[in-house]
Ligand binder design. Structure first.
Ligand code: SAM
Length: 387
């Protein structure tokens, strides 16, 4: 197999990466680029193999539209399939024929060789591929029996793989945390009271503790409220985070970002920063949540979010493979101004939503344009928005 490291064949220039360019450019190592390339290809092949596991090869070979493929399937199948078919076409595994899609010839669907290359160049990341295999093997009842995706994807067998994914040691996930940290540490006041939403496996709190201590700003944090809606994550964090994030003044609480924070014990205007990494896109009503969060920040306080972002709304991102099966991702309130469709948003959509919710002085890390126009594979970013 020819080794081709897309899509960042040439990493973005320092100038394109903005004021934090020196910190960001260190991400673009060969292992990082290779993992990104291999993950995209592995996702595409897994997605194709899943359709074959479902017994749909003959239908794909004779050519099918989304409508035809969905006929007779549970209604929930439409959203993931509406994502998969164009994704597979972009990845060159299906051909577009008129309104439909067709499997032509014998595309390379080998996963073993991809894993071998990745293990050689980026050791220690097999878990990312195991997770994709796990989704493929667990998700079939979503299509065949109409079972909810949440129960299938977050069961006990896949839980350890999710934990392994959300780690700073995972080069595929670390950029989410690094960019958010760069946005957060700027202007963090003395005695800062911070709340993290959807803090999950705790990788961001760990990064704050370690990098904040190394760089001499961790002492400015007086309170770090670690929250999540999922009790499994919360309990694990309570057991393990004191040791894994030394020195961080941690408090733990269950918190749902779809419910008013005031009803969950958070006082108005009491926080200096609210952080959410890859979580705000599940806000059922994004504006309502953003307005609510704003009301709990002190004047001058900041909402700091880390998100996967799309260069444009019609481009499927390989990371969306997982999310299409999850109702909290797909069944959200749409608004033509900032959320014309479910899924990850563009930087401009985030900007519109945050400004509409009353935030100002938006700072993107890195500045998304013209970066994403020239490097469409750059699909992660942080935004700090001030009250
Ligand atoms: C993509 S993960 C991000 C994980 C986390 N940043 C980390 O590094 O481990 C999303 C997290 O959001 C949490 N979550 C999902 N829906 C939520 C909600 N309505 N309110 C609060 N947290 C939620 C999930 O339990 C999960 O831990």
């Amino acid at each position: 197999m020819a080794l081709h490291c897309g899509p960042f064949e040439v990493p973005p220039s320092l100038e394109l990466l903005g004021p934090h360019g020196a910190d960001i450019t260190r991400l673009f190592t060969r292992p990082f680029l290779l993992l990104h390339w291999a993950s995209e290809l592995y996702t595409a092949r897994t997605c194709m193999l899943l359709l074959m596991d479902l017994g749909w090869e003959p239908r794909l070979r004779s050519g099918t539209t989304l409508e035809d493929l969905c006929a007779g399937l549970p209604a929930q199948c439409r959203k993931p399939l509406a994502w998969m078919l164009p994704f597979l076409a972009i990845e060159g595994l299906l051909a577009r024929v008129g309104e439909g899609y067709q499997l032509q010839g014998d595309p390379d669907l080998d996963l073993t060789e991809l894993r071998r290359i990745a293990e050689e160049e980026v050791p220690g990341h097999a878990g990312n591929f195991d997770l994709l295999d796990g989704v493929r093997s667990h998700i079939q009842p979503y299509f065949t029996e109409g079972k909810p995706g949440e129960g299938l994807l977050f069961d006990l067998t896949l839980y350890p793989l999710w934990l392994a994914y959300f780690r700073n040691e995972n080069l595929g996930y670390f950029p989410n945390n690094l960019l958010t940290l760069l946005a957060l540490r700027e202007g963090l006041p003395e005695g800062a009271r911070i709340l993290e939403l959807g803090a999950g496996a705790g990788s961001f709190a760990q990064l704050v503790a370690h990098q904040g201590a190394e760089e001499g700003w961790a002492h400015r944090i007086a309170e770090y409220r670690f929250t999540d809606v999922a009790l499994t994550f919360l309990r694990r964090a309570q057991r393990e985070l004191k040791a894994a994030a030394p020195g961080l003044p941690l408090q733990f609480q269950s918190l749902d970002l779809n419910r008013p924070l005031g009803d969950q014990g958070i006082a108005p205007q009491s926080l200096d920063a609210i952080i959410g990494i890859n979580v705000l896109h599940v806000a059922q009503d994004l504006e309502r949540t953003l307005v609510n969060l704003r009301g709990h920040l002190k004047p001058g306080g900041r909402l700091v979010i880390g998100e996967c972002m799309k260069p444009d709304l019609s481009t499927p991102l390989y990371l969306e493979f997982f999310f299409g099966f999850i109702k909290s991702f797909t069944e959200v309130t749409l608004d033509p101004r900032w959320r014309p469709r479910h899924g990850f948003l563009t930087p401009e959509a985030w900007e519109a939503a945050l400004l509409h919710a009353g935030f100002s002085d938006l700072q993107f890390v890195p500045p998304p344009r013209p970066l994403m126009d020239r490097h469409p594979g750059f699909t992660v970013g942080a935004i700090a928005a001030t009250v």
